[in-house]
Design a protein around this ligand. Sequence first.
Ligand code: PMV
Length: 333
Amino acid sequence: MTVSSAPGKVYLFGEHAVVYGEPAVPCAIERRARVTAEKRSDGKLLVHAEDLSLDGFTVEYSGESETHPDVDVSESLLEAAMGYVDAAVAQARDAADAPDAGFEVTIESDIPLGAGLGSSAAVTVAGIDAATRELGVELAPEELADRAYRAEYEVQDGQASRADTFCSAMGGAVRVEGDDCRRIDAPDIPFVIGFDGGAGDTGKLVAGVRELREEYGFAADTVGTIGDIVSEGERVLAAAENPDGDWIAELGDLMDFNHGLLESLGVSSRSLDAMVWAARDAGAYGAKLTGAGGGGCIVALDETEETETALKFTPGCEEAFRAELATEGVRRE
Ligand code: PMV
């Protein structure tokens, strides 16, 4: 039996614009998905999914996509969850050159699903790591990130950037620009997260931005300006060691700007805006939505308890929590 975990992430800057080749800076957070893999001699896949911030379920199936397990969860949720596990297992079988390997897989996660915190990437990264190690093969984090990206790409019909999977595999703050992904130095950033209990439709939101960008030059400029904010944010992070600088306040201002531009591109929502304003009113250095938007999570910067407390009392906010930067990416448990 082999257990691996991998962290979720927030976008400090750059979601959506990253789709058009602009840089983005996602940061791994100490909320993890844990995947246990145990070899099975019959070649089948048995999956238990618990605590996925949704109804847990257990299914036994042969891995053929036509065989739908008879369980009481929504079809789309089941398909999505099984899709990631299937793709992760396929990558592990390929990496270990063991096409017929069977597994019993258990997933536990404290990352809300589909809320912009990279839950599917964390499950995919931890799943590939656990399953390959169970087959006696150890992959470097970079290869794991690449395989997890390919798995997500397949499940999401080509609508995946490398950001989530690379960040989850490597941990810390990372910089993504097209296929170029690298870790960057970052101080301990005081993230506070607010979750509205919902999730946006990433495909639709990405398509909406694409249409605006094609129709209006100023929307294309807006996407480019998000890229400029990211570059400025990188400079602030790189100078954070300087004791004279006020790096948290500078990051906060840039986050506020980034949120405004995302809002103008139509990917925010009433509940996300309400949480962003509640955080700002509570004294946060800055706040923005994280991920695809439309619903899900916001991320704010605050060293005090004020923002978390204010969010807990904000109508539309279902959960608020502090999240440390996860310096470690995928790891064995
Ligand atoms: O909501 P998430 O965490 O899947 O992030 C989506 C980020 C986008 O930039 C909108 C799309 C992408 O694949 O980069």
